[in-house]
Design a protein around this ligand. Structure first.
Ligand code: AHR
Length: 348
């Protein structure tokens, strides 16, 4: 009995020792492999501003896809829920985590100086995507990629001018309301400026402008209140497609007709983005008369900027994407803005 017990104990000890040796060897090999992979991955902290629109969801998808593990990235993604304070907290967290790069899609232009200074002090390059930041020291970020929002506004208003001229509608008969985007964001600032300048140059009447925060719900609410307040509104300039969808619903709920016969009682809707399928369908039907494209596919562009920085290159500071202008009305073939002509594309 005693002999058997001793043998069993020896065998048990042997097996524990062997198993232990084997697993620790495998573990350490795994750890080495992980460390190797971890070392090759570029760690990026991405602060997205929110999920207010279809444009934003498409933009987030593009970023997540391009900065994926398969593409060599270890991405830390944070949704700011439309609050700049959340985005600032996220950036501070990225700094603590010692990420290799920070990518920021800022909710608004101002208020970034301190946190971007902290990132610079920590030696982490920052890439700005989509909207811009308005900081005193432009060296606080490496580069930016996104749209020329004011140009988008100029294109839509150039189309409106050409269309009304073609139809013989005089400028004083154009009564516009503007459903603005999130106040203080580059998209809002640029598009509102594009409208304000065109209205002044062409003698159009801007009845009112109120923010719809780039959402369908606010677009509907703001349009409903405009309709209660003004009986002569005949053009609604929506600073994105989600607002346009809401505005169309409000117009129809009020028993009014959406269309281009603006001296015959219809209300014309113009908009921005060209991403949301419902809005594209409205454009095909002519309910949205003109859409300036805003391109959300920035993921691969940001990845190229990171690759350039990573290989010691200095990419251009400002990187604009080229964008189209859509309408299903063939009365206007092209518009010319700042000496450049843009063909009007059919909505697909
Ligand atoms: O900054 C881009 C704008 O933000 C898009 O036009 C809008 O849809 C989004 O919310």
């Amino acid at each position: 009995m005693r002999k058997n017990a001793m043998l069993a104990l020896v065998l048990l000890l042997l097996s524990v020792t062997l198993t232990g040796c084997g697993s620790s060897a495998v573990n350490s090999q795994n750890k080495n492999e992980e460390a190797e992979i971890g070392q090759n991955l570029i760690t990026v902290g991405f602060s997205q501003l929110g999920a207010e629109s279809d444009w934003r969801s498409t933009n987030t998808e593009s970023m997540l896809e391009a900065l994926s593990q398969e593409n060599g990235y270890n991405l830390i993604y944070k949704n700011g829920q439309q609050k700049q304070s959340n985005q600032i907290t996220a950036i501070r967290m990225f700094i603590q985590q010692e990420v290799d790069y920070i990518v920021l899609a800022p909710a608004m232009e101002t208020g970034w100086d301190s946190v971007l200074y902290e990132a610079k002090e920590a030696g982490i390059p920052v890439i700005i995507v989509d909207r811009r930041v308005d900081v005193v020291d432009k060296n606080l970020y490496s580069c930016w990629v996104g749209s020329d929002f004011e140009l988008e506004g100029k294109k839509v208003t150039a189309w409106l001018k050409a269309f009304t001229e073609k139809k013989g509608i005089s400028p004083e008969d154009v009564h516009i309301v503007n459903i603005q985007g999130t106040i203080g964001s580059t998209a809002q600032i640029g598009r509102s400026r594009g409208l304000a300048n065109a209205a002044r140059e062409n003698g159009w009447d801007i009845l009112d402008e109120v923010s719809g925060d780039f959402t369908e719900t606010r677009g509907r609410e703001v349009m409903a209140s405009f309709l209660r307040k003004y009986d002569n509104v005949n053009v609604v300039y929506c600073e994105n497609d989600n607002e346009a969808i809401g505005a169309i619903e409000a117009i129809e709920n009020a028993g009014r007709k959406v269309g281009t016969n603006i001296t015959g009682g219809e209300i014309m809707v113009v908009s921005f983005d060209g991403v949301n399928q419902e809005a594209i369908n409205y454009a095909k039907e002519g309910k949205i008369a003109c859409i300036a494209e805003c391109n959300p596919h920035h993921g691969p562009r940001v990845a190229s900027l990171i690759e350039a920085l990573n290989s010691g290159k200095t990419p251009d500071k400002f990187n604009y994407v080229s964008e189209k202008l859509y309408s299903s009305f063939d009365d206007v073939e092209y518009v010319t803005v700042d000496g450049i002509s843009y063909l009007i594309d059919e909505v697909e």
